[in-house]
Design a protein around this ligand. Sequence first.
Ligand SMILES: [Fe+2]
Length: 215
Amino acid sequence: MPTHAAAKSPKAYRRHEFNLKGLAGISDAQIEEHLALYAGYVKQVNALNQELAEMLARGQASGKSPEFAELTRRLGFEYNGMILHEYYFGNLRAAADPKPPAGSGLTEALVGSFGSVEQWRTDFQAIGEMRGVGWVILFQDPVTDRLTNHWITLHQDGVPAGFKPLLVMDVWEHAFMRDYKATERDQYIEAFFRNIDWSVLETRLQEERAVRPAA
Ligand SMILES: [Fe+2]
């Protein structure tokens, strides 16, 4: 009988700290609650990885096992829940500029892909007002350098493989319902745009690899 290898403990992800007090139109209490939700995703990712590693070590990794299948399916949800929140909090700052600096690489890339920064913003905001819970993400295709806006359902459905996130906006209701009503998502989106750290987007654009705070 083959003996099963002992479970290797996967390296745990750590919760990243974000200092986001004093945002415009997004309260400190809202951010605090949202950061606590993010912490839950980090915890779940670590717990799931551990559980799956243990199942594998016990010889229980099987596509026929409902438990193995369900835990594996949840990985995509929990991982992207963690990762997208890190991008989201990472692209916010207090006392932000209303738009990227003229002549910056980001401005040029937005103009090249959308015609103007305003056109890009119109498209991004329109996607944010779509019904359903999820995210709006400005991605760069690293192969063509083209920038495109995408709707992501939940945390994981619709992410283009290998694309690099530049700007990530959470439009789940938990992102704004301390400050706004469910019907006031457009006001939250306006507030979001008053708090974008454009220098972070520029770094994400210029770096060859995807960059997020906890990496
Ligand atoms: Fe969120």
